[in-house]
Design a protein around this ligand. Structure first.
Ligand code: HEM
Length: 193
């Protein structure tokens, strides 16, 4: 793992104000714990990388399904560009494994969609760092299975998400609760992987 909890805190600490800042504060402990948990996977070996993808898919699949059920494509018309379920399933398939949901998540309200999207879109920022670790992997099968980690590169998906979040009138408590549920889903899936 290239980036540890203290680096995450430093990077996250320079962010802007508003609801995003409150989301970041409300989930920073969960983020730190998840970072520590994921650091246990050796991403430079096929078996560790596969476990990492399994854990990520275990949470991503049910969270994206809940978003789709809640009509995320009506709120984010570029949802097909944002969804990463197919990318992670392809990566696992290339490694001879199958993506499967590992946790169940409750139905989402509109505000819950924003809290869930905050976590999923934010996870792209961590993916950028993880890719650097994966780049050190000697096994070419790993480099050929990085659609999930590379997904959305160069598309400003995070920045556009933040603009939309700041212009949306949300039930703040619901947004934060959903973000915590999403982090907990990744935490549980990482435990199980
Ligand atoms: C070991 C894995 C991870 C590392 C090293 C990591 C690292 C980072 C870093 C450095 C940032 C700040 C980037 C920036 O401001 O430019 C960040 C932001 C963020 N990450 Fe992670 N991350 C990891 C995993 C995850 C996962 C799995 C999730 C969610 C499931 C997640 C959710 C977020 C969120 C929501 C933010 C945005 C925080 C904000 O509002 O500023 N991260 N991460």
């Amino acid at each position: 793992m290239l980036v540890g909890a203290s680096d995450v805190t430093r990077h996250v600490g320079r962010s802007s104000s508003g609801l995003r800042e409150r989301l970041r504060d409300a989930t920073s402990d969960a983020h730190r714990e998840l970072d520590a948990q994921l650091s246990a996977f050796d991403l430079t070996g096929v078996s560790g990388y596969c476990r990492f993808l399994h854990a990520s898919a275990g949470a991503l699949l049910p969270l994206e399904a809940a978003l789709a059920d809640a009509g995320v494509d009506g709120i984010f018309p570029d949802w097909p560009e944002r969804s990463r379920s197919a990318a992670i399933a392809t990566d696992l398939d290339r490694l001879g494994a199958t993506a499967a949901a590992m946790v169940s998540v409750p139905p989402l309200t509109r505000s819950g969609v924003f809290g869930t999207m905050y976590v999923l879109e934010g996870s792209r920022l961590g993916a950028k760092f993880l890719l650097k670790t994966v780049a050190d992997a000697a096994d070419p099968r790993i480099g050929a299975a990085t659609l999930y980690l590379r997904h959305g590169t160069g598309k400003r998906l995070w920045q556009n998400f933040l603009s939309k979040l700041e212009s949306e009138v949300c039930d703040e408590a619901e947004v934060i609760a959903a973000a915590r549920v999403a982090f907990a889903a990744f935490d549980q899936a990482a435990d199980r992987a």
